[in-house]
Design a protein around this ligand. Structure first.
Ligand SMILES: *Cc1c(COP(=O)(O)O)cnc(C)c1O
Length: 430
């Protein structure tokens, strides 16, 4: 099974090449040439399958023969070595907690899977691969931890100075080994521009093998479809008509859920829950897709003005607006509404949610108002203590730091300060 470029101006490639390249040479995102639904027996029998067995069956067609069966199985086993609990909040709302991995955000699964695939592809290669990643916080941490000690791969993280939380900065800058952090004197957009410039800088790419670990990479994007299957396994005996509310930024996670649905998973409907960065909410209302400058919010991992995976969603629905609209509802919420939702969940259900999860919860409530007989699961994408200031300010209760976070707080930050692209380039060539 091959992958084609959504810009339709580059040759189709294998899974291996799509992972190594990240983006096609025509700058298009890669998309699988075919999606074969899983047999009905798989879903009927899902109660008897482990997370790793479910994941293997779901992903194997996308990896095809590029990774042998036994190795793919152990990659999956290592990737999924933590839990994905469902917490029921009310009669028709529950949350799927995706933050029990090493960096406590949902990006751990994609980053760990991609790191192990790339490590496998690169094992006999003398050419080191350099992964460049621009981050506003969570991506960098997940990628850094995922790639730690993977042979033949070097990771360089660019983060905006003073614009990530203390906890996030510690997670990015204290690992050492094959992970380096660059503290950029600028914004997240400046970091992203430097990375993009590097990818098209001939004098760099002729000398080194660069790749990206953002959700444009198929190995980071596709494993996220597992979550929806895990939730279905836990809930389908008790609840029919399951709807998923996905707090969205670059729309990789939601788009992965749609891939699970394409594989035959019975999902009734999706809710794209947005903060005030609402280009998709507006699109579903008006049919006009108008990327906008980013608005800063308390759910900052979703502060994206031009979501990169939306083009994959369009592809899944063959650019048919009405089909997309029948399958997805979208709502956008302000910071004030988000904080009120956090307080409501704490007062009513004794549940402390982070701001991203709270946007997902609001999406469920908005949808259920008109569809009271359905059952909504919102994805809780980060542990609340990753956004400690906002969370403690709202719930007024001191939070205990989980061990994953406690263990980095005492370590020393190591980062190189960079101001210009020229500095960045000389750093890479050193
Ligand atoms: C990245 C992230 C999101 C947004 O996910 P997308 O796949 O980019 O839509 C939501 N919540 C948290 C905590 C994140 O880190």
């Amino acid at each position: 099974m091959n992958y084609y470029s959504l810009n339709k101006n580059a040759p189709a490639v294998s899974f291996k090449d799509a992972v190594i390249k990240g983006l096609a040479p025509d700058k298009g995102l890669y998309f699988p040439e075919s999606i074969t639904p899983l047999p009905k027996a798989f879903f009927d029998n899902i109660d008897n399958l482990s997370h790793s067995e479910i994941a293997y069956e779901a992903i194997r067609q996308f990896v095809s023969s590029d990774i042998p069966e036994d190795i793919l199985k152990s990659i999956i086993e290592e990737t999924l070595s933590f839990d994905f609990p469902i917490v029921e909040l009310s009669e028709n709302i529950s949350t799927l907690e995706l933050f029990h991995g090493p960096t406590m955000a949902f990006k751990d699964v994609g980053a760990r899977f991609m790191a192990r695939c790339l490590g496998y592809f690169n094992q006999n290669n003398t050419n080191e691969v350099t992964v460049l990643v621009a981050t506003s916080g969570d991506t960098g941490a997940a990628v850094a931890h995922g790639f730690l000690r993977v042979k033949g791969v070097k990771v360089i993280i660019l983060y905006p100075s003073g614009k990530v939380s203390d906890i996030q900065e510690k997670q990015l800058t204290t690992l050492g080994q094959n992970i380096s952090a660059l503290e950029i004197d600028g914004t997240f957009d400046d970091c992203q521009t430097m990375v993009k410039t590097a990818f098209s800088d001939e004098s760099l790419i002729s000398k080194m093998q660069l790749t990206s670990a953002n959700s444009i990479n198929v190995a980071r994007w596709l494993p996220q479809l597992f979550y929806f299957m895990f939730a279905y396994k836990k809930l389908h005996r008790k609840h029919k008509d399951i709807v998923f509310s996905v707090p969205s930024g670059n729309f990789g996670n939601l788009c992965a859920g749609m891939m699970a649905q394409q594989l035959g998973l019975p999902i009734k409907h999706f809710i794209a829950s947005n903060n005030e960065n609402n280009v998709v909410t507006e699109y579903l209302k008006t049919r006009l897709y108008n990327p906008k400058p980013t608005v800063h919010t308390i759910s900052n991992a979703m502060d994206v003005g031009n979501p990169s995976n939306f083009i994959r969603i369009q592809e899944i629905y063959k650019n048919e607006f009405e089909t997309l609209k029948d399958n997805v509802s979208s709502f956008s919420f302000s910071d004030a509404e988000t904080k009120a939702a956090m307080l409501e969940m704490y007062s009513n259900y004794n549940y402390v949610a982070d701001p991203h999860g709270a946007v997902g919860y609001l999406g469920c409530k908005a949808y259920l108002e008109k569809n009271p007989n359905e059952y909504c699961v919102f994805l809780e994408t980060a542990h609340p203590t990753k956004f400690l200031d906002v969370v403690e300010d709202v719930v007024k209760i001191k939070q205990t730091l989980p061990h994953q976070i406690q263990s980095v707080m005492g370590k020393e930050k190591v980062a190189t300060t960079i101001s210009t692209y020229e500095d960045f380039k000389s750093y890479l060539l050193e």
